[in-house]
Design a protein around this ligand. Structure first.
Ligand code: SF4
Length: 251
């Protein structure tokens, strides 16, 4: 059962090592991906006793706080989000990501949105107002069954692909994050992504030791080996080259 708590954050626009800033309107994530790296430290960091995926703190003052912080902040890319999905289901009710985007677009801060939810389509009107914006979906497999197993709360693969296509067709820069590599058919996945993204990032499973038990329980041990990641990567790369699609391998 999901425990939702409304909280007041002290800071919402925070420095990031990956982009200039990161912005997390929520602490916790309903998507509850088994491989989530945030689950490794966010529970302890936030003082929650519930398992990852079963609590979400809603930072209800995020938009007003952001407005204040933006008055003093040097312009830089804002990553939305680093340790939660900004379009998890609660966003449909609270609209915090939407309100934060309104503040950001007023100052024309560039944004990089990364999600696994079709709800991002709701904000297309705002996304189109940014001078610099990139919107990406994590799509780690073509296989719906596997996606459901590893990312139980996220939109289906088909829904993510449809949303990606729609955003791309509006002239917004898009990317797909194919990682962590999950079992599936790499050629089919590349076919699904063709014409919907400007760039594809490929990554392996990090912190594998934390979910080896889950793989074993599902009879998917083979997908944890170096051989699997090496071969899957090769097949993806070959198909991407064949279709002349832009990509970057991160491992
Ligand atoms: S969507 Fe991202 S932050 Fe949320 S559980 Fe999955 S990996 Fe973690």
């Amino acid at each position: 059962m999901l425990k939702v708590k409304e909280v007041k954050a002290k800071s919402i626009l925070n420095k990031s090592k990956i982009f200039d800033y990161c912005l997390n309107p929520y602490t916790g994530c309903e998507h509850n991906c088994t491989y989530c790296y945030a689950r490794l430290f966010m529970r302890r960091y936030s003082g929650h006793k519930e398992p990852w995926g079963e609590f979400v703190d809603v930072k209800i003052n995020a938009p007003e706080l952001l407005k204040k912080q933006l008055e003093r902040a040097k312009k830089g890319i804002v990553w939305i989000s680093s340790v939660c999905d900004p379009y998890q289901s609660l966003e449909a009710k609270y609209k915090l990501t939407r309100q934060c985007l309104k503040e950001l677009v007023m100052k024309q801060f560039p944004v990089n949105i990364q999600t696994k939810s079709k709800l991002v389509l709701r904000d297309l009107d705002l996304l189109l107002q940014f001078e610099e914006i990139e919107v990406g979906f994590t799509i780690a497999t073509d296989d719906e069954r596997i996606a459901k197993l590893f990312e139980s709360g996220a939109s289906s693969v088909k829904e993510r692909l449809n949303a990606l296509e729609k955003i791309h067709s509006k002239g917004i820069r898009t990317f797909a994050f194919v990682g962590p590599l999950l079992p599936g058919n790499p050629e089919k996945l590349v076919g699904f992504l063709e014409g919907k993204t400007d760039k594809i990032y490929i990554d392996k499973m990090n912190y594998l030791y934390t979910i080896r038990g889950f793989y074993n329980h599902q009879g998917l041990e083979e997908a944890t080996t170096d051989k699997f990641f090496r071969e899957y990567k090769e097949r993806l790369m070959n198909e991407l080259k064949k279709r002349k699609m832009k990509f970057e391998v991160l491992f």
